[in-house]
Write a protein that binds this ligand. Structure first.
Ligand SMILES: Cc1ncc(COP(=O)(O)O)c(C=O)c1O
Length: 437
């Protein structure tokens, strides 16, 4: 065990609080983590929304081990290796409706987002519409931590320390409204009209200056905001009307989280690009990707001279052999175990189990979709976030991993969760909610 925790500057963590009372995980198998003091913790969050097939699955572990012993690394610029091509083909085939035909790799959700935003601007430019440079995000959106991602993102704390960010960015309003939508099961009815704000933003800037709109189909990191019925459809219609690219950030919603392969299948709305990461490798090896709709790649191929690089963008580790091997094995596990279908079948049970927490102290909203849930607690007066953090600590001590954003608890278990484990999760969380003042 480490004797000195100090040198590690931990990300998105209250470092001093953590180091005074560390929560160290030393092992993981299927639905559970093992802690440094030898306890089993039920994973209520699939790690960080990424371990959709459960932990340390032998097929994935073996694929990574085999790959590293065989081909540890291959440069992705002007060179290739089979796994990257095989994976791209598998990914485009698993996209519903055959609308997507190319994959661009990075190493994280953040890099996928930066790549998608750059592809959007470059796409318009290569087609002779170089004035389309503006990007539209949404309040409370989370798109990772690159400058593009925090610029289109809408979480104040993630933006305010980092200067003026990207110019030419505007934001849709978020869709959260407790008066109208508290304790809705699934998609709320109220709030579809908020998509019309896009028209207002377009009128303000003129469509000829706007490259893309990016939203999470279900906002995750901000505390689980479910899109109102018809909202995503409306965004699609407006983007179509003005030739603006629509990007869905599916870093959380991709790979079965909603009980469908992707949110685009769940909602039946087809954007122009989707960004994925996390569940693509079941969290085992970092990987992110952009999937582009038919016509986007072609726009570059048709206009850039042959033998020239079409897109001056990429990473040393784009399509890394280990990540590709992990992803190929992960997709097999998803398919063999029909985990997306399983998530869909469990969604009703999950919904009722989570909503049974309604009425417990401080609970002001419960929302859910697929195998995701958000439980919003009233903040303590003058101390926002402390009630949520206390819940996290107490759940951890009692044997459950939850995630909190301020005073909102987010839950997203591996899709292999059993009904009795859902019951156990709700029992532990319910017990903690009764205790926390
Ligand atoms: C919707 C969304 N986009 C992007 C990201 C960033 O991913 P990463 O942390 O892998 O950079 C996340 C991470 O939670 C996310 O939820």
């Amino acid at each position: 065990m480490p004797t000195n925790l100090e040198p590690y500057w931990m990300p998105f963590t209250a470092n001093r609080q953590f180091k005074a009372n560390p929560r160290l995980l030393t092992g993981a198998k299927d639905m559970h983590y093992t802690t440094a003091d030898g306890r089993q913790i039920l994973d209520g969050t699939a790690g960080l929304w990424c371990v959709n097939a459960g932990h340390s699955r032998p097929k994935i572990v073996e694929a990574i081990q085999k790959q590293v012993a065989h081909l540890d690394y291959a440069p992705p610029f002007q060179m290739g290796h089979p796994g990257a091509f095989e994976l791209a083909e598998k990914l485009v085939h698993m996209m519903p409706g055959g609308h997507f035909d190319h994959v661009f790799y990075g190493n994280s959700g953040s890099e996928a987002v930066e790549s998608a935003l750059k592809i959007a601007i470059a796409y318009h430019r290569v087609r002779g519409e170089g004035s389309r440079v503006r990007l539209i995000g949404r309040e409370r959106g989370y798109h990772g931590v690159g400058f593009g991602g925090i610029s289109v993102g809408g979480i104040g704390a993630n933006r305010k320390f980092f200067g003026s960010l990207l110019p030419g960015v505007d934001h849709l309003p978020h869709t959260h409204n407790l008066e109208q939508n508290a304790f809705t099961r699934g998609q709320p009815q109220w709030g579809t009209h908020l998509a019309d704000e896009l028209e207002r933003i377009i009128n303000l800037h003129d469509a000829s200056t706007i490259a893309a709109v990016i939203v999470e189909p279900v906002a995750g990191s901000t505390g689980v905001l479910i899109p109102p019925v018809g909202y995503l459809e409306r965004l699609r219609a407006i983007c179509d009307q003005y030739n603006i690219l629509l990007i869905f950030d599916e870093v959380i919603t991709g790979f079965g989280r909603l009980g469908a392969s992707f949110a685009i299948e769940y909602f039946g709305v087809i954007p122009d690009m989707i960004t994925v990461a996390k569940g693509i490798t079941n969290g085992t090896v970092p990987m992110g990707a952009v999937l582009t709709r038919k016509g986007i790649y072609d726009a570059f191929m048709e206009r850039v001279p042959e033998n020239s690089i079409e897109l001056f963008h990429g990473y040393t580790y784009s399509g890394h052999p280990l990540a590709c091997a992990a992803a190929l094995a992960t997709l097999e596990v998803y398919q063999e175990e029909e985990l997306f279908k399983r998530a869909n079948e469990l969604a009703g049970y999950w919904q009722e189990a989570i909503h049974s927490l309604n009425g417990l102290p401080h609970v002001i909203d419960i929302r859910n979709l697929g195998l995701v849930a958000g439980i919003e607690l009233a903040p303590r007066s003058g101390q926002p976030g402390t009630r949520g953090m206390e819940c996290l600590q107490r759940c951890y001590e009692t044997g459950l991993l939850i995630r909190t954003t301020g005073d909102i608890i987010a839950l997203s278990p591996p899709l292999m969760i059993q009904k009795d484990q859902i019951d156990q999760l709700v029992e532990i969380l319910g017990g903690v909610l009764k205790e926390v003042v």
